[in-house]
Design a protein around this ligand. Structure first.
Ligand code: NAD
Length: 243
C-alpha cells in the first residue's frame, strides 16, 4: 500500500495505459480522481469527465480533484492524441489537436497543480511522453514533435519546481498494446492481434509492452522510492534503443 493516504489525478483514465495506472494506484491505497472524455465504467473516488482541449477545464482540473479528494499529491498527465503522417499531409486541425492534448493540457494542468501539491506538503507529477519524442519515428511528425515538447517541459519543470516539493518526471514508452497502437494497425488494414504479435517478435524482450508495464514505471516515479528523481525522462523501450 505505497500510496495509502495519497490523492492522485489521472488523465486519459479510460485508455489503455491510463486504466492500468488508475487500477494500480487504487490497488495500492491511493484515492483517485479520474478524467477522460467519457469516464463511465471507471472505478475511482472521483470521476471528472471533460475534454482536455477545453482550456478552462484543464485550468480547473487539479483544483476539482483536490476538492473531491481532500489533497493533491500526485498528477499523471497520461492522455494523448496521435496524429499520423508527415508534415505535408498534416492539417491545421491535426496541429491544433496535437498541441492542445499533448502539450497545452499538461502545461495548464501542471501550472495549476504545482502550487496545490506544494501547499499539501509535496508530491509528484508524472507525464507520459514517448521515446518518439526523443528519437522520432517516421510518418508521425506532429506526434513526435509534441512528445518532444512534453519531454522538454518535464525537464524544465523538474528543474524549476524541485525546491517547492513537486517532483516532475516523464515516462517515455515505445510500443504499448493499447487502443492507440491497435487503431493504427487497423487503419493500415492489419489484424491488431497478429500485428502486435509480429511486432513483439522483433524486439529483444520478445513482446511489446502491456499497459501495466508502463503503469508500474509511472507508479515508481510517483512514489517515495523516486524521491531523488526530478526532471528525468524514463525510457521503457524493451531493449530496443536505436541510438
Ligand atoms: P489510448 O488511446 O488507449 O488512451 C488515451 C486516452 O486519452 C483515451 O482514453 C482518450 O480518450 C484520452 N484523450 C485523448 N484526447 C483527449 C481529450 N481531448 N480530452 C480528454 N481525454 C482525451 O492510448 P494509450 O496508448 O493508453 O496512451 C496513453 C499515453 O501513452 C499517451 O500520452 C500516449 O501518447 C502515450 N504513449 C503510448 C504509446 C503506445 O504505443 N500505445 C507509446 C508511447 C507513448
Amino acid at each position: 500500500m505505497r500510496f495509502a493516504g495519497r490523492c492522485a489525478l489521472v488523465t486519459g483514465a479510460a485508455g489503455g495505459i491510463g486504466a492500468a495506472i488508475v487500477a494500480l494506484l487504487w490497488a495500492e491505497g491511493a484515492a483517485v480522481a479520474a478524467t477522460d472524455r467519457d469516464t463511465r465504467g471507471i472505478t475511482a473516488e472521483a470521476l471528472l469527465p471533460g475534454d482536455l482541449r477545453d482550456r478552462a477545464f484543464c485550468d480547473a482540473l487539479p483544483g476539482a480533484a483536490r476538492e473531491a479528494l481532500g489533497t493533491l499529491d500526485i498528477v499523471v498527465n497520461n492522455a494523448g492524441a496521435i496524429t499520423r503522417g508527415p508534415v505535408t499531409r498534416t492539417g491545421d486541425d491535426d496541429f491544433a489537436l496535437s498541441m492542445a492534448v499533448n502539450v497545452e493540457a499538461p502545461f495548464r494542468i501542471c501550472r495549476a497543480a504545482i502550487p496545490l501539491i506544494a501547499a499539501d506538503g509535496g508530491g509528484a507529477i508524472v507525464n507520459i511522453a514517448s521515446c518518439w519524442g526523443l528519437r522520432p519515428g517516421p510518418n508521425h511528425a506532429l506526434y513526435c514533435a509534441t512528445k518532444a515538447a512534453l519531454a522538454s517541459l518535464t525537464q524544465c519543470m523538474g528543474l524549476d519546481h524541485a525546491g517547492e516539493g513537486a517532483r516532475v518526471n516523464a515516462v517515455c514508452p515505445n510500443e504499448v498494446n493499447t487502443p492507440m497502437l491497435r487503431s493504427g494497425f487497423a487503419r493500415r488494414g492489419l489484424d491488431p492481434d497478429t500485428a502486435v504479435a509480429d511486432l513483439g517478435r522483433t524486439v529483444p524482450l520478445g513482446r511489446i509492452a502491456e499497459p501495466e508495464d508502463i503503469a508500474e514505471v509511472a507508479l515508481f516515479l510517483a512514489s517515495d522510492a523516486a524521491r531523488y528523481d526530478t526532471g528525468a525522462l524514463y525510457e521503457v523501450t524493451e531493449g530496443n534503443r536505436s541510438d
